[in-house]
Design a binder for this molecule. Sequence first.
Ligand SMILES: Nc1ncnc2c1ncn2[C@@H]1O[C@H](COP(=O)(O)OP(=O)(O)OP(=O)(O)O)[C@@H](O)[C@H]1O
Length: 162
Amino acid sequence: MSGKTLLQFGLHSPIRDERFIVTNRQYLRELVYDTVYLTKVVTENVPKLNLEQKKVYDEILNSIISDSGQLYFLDAPGGTNFLINLLLAKIRSEKNIAIAVASSGIAATLIDGGKTAHSAFKIPLNLGYSESLLCNISKQSDMAHVLREAKIIIWECTRHYG
Ligand SMILES: Nc1ncnc2c1ncn2[C@@H]1O[C@H](COP(=O)(O)OP(=O)(O)OP(=O)(O)O)[C@@H](O)[C@H]1O
């Protein structure tokens, strides 16, 4: 009104957080999954988990529910990616953010919705020469918001044989 702000009339300004909810494309991209399909994937595949996989699956989901901020290192041949993809499906089926990254592009194709860690976290490419080894993500950026909202970050480190 008259080019003046609400505050100048002694009124409170509305609190708008739509910048992140509506225009944060990185945030929206992480929530674009078909939850009906993912729920079906979870329902069909959880019963297939073997005892060890189920133990890890439950442990990680419980740590997410209790918000205990745990770090897990999974190293078992034959079944890790199956388990990881099921965890991703479970979290995304509940409209939560699960970030999946890998050290290489090839490894990123093994996990659903996977990206390279360099691209997701804006890790400097010239690590050997760079004076600052910090990721290029500012606190106020869209990606920082996505990271804060994420329930889990999975980093696939494929082993190289030979
Ligand atoms: N509980 C399960 N029920 C049905 N199929 C499974 C189960 N666990 C693993 N698989 C299948 O076994 C194969 C190997 O599993 P996966 O790719 O997860 O192994 P990995 O440990 O990630 O890989 P690698 O064998 O290279 O270490 C895949 O085809 C996967 O679908």
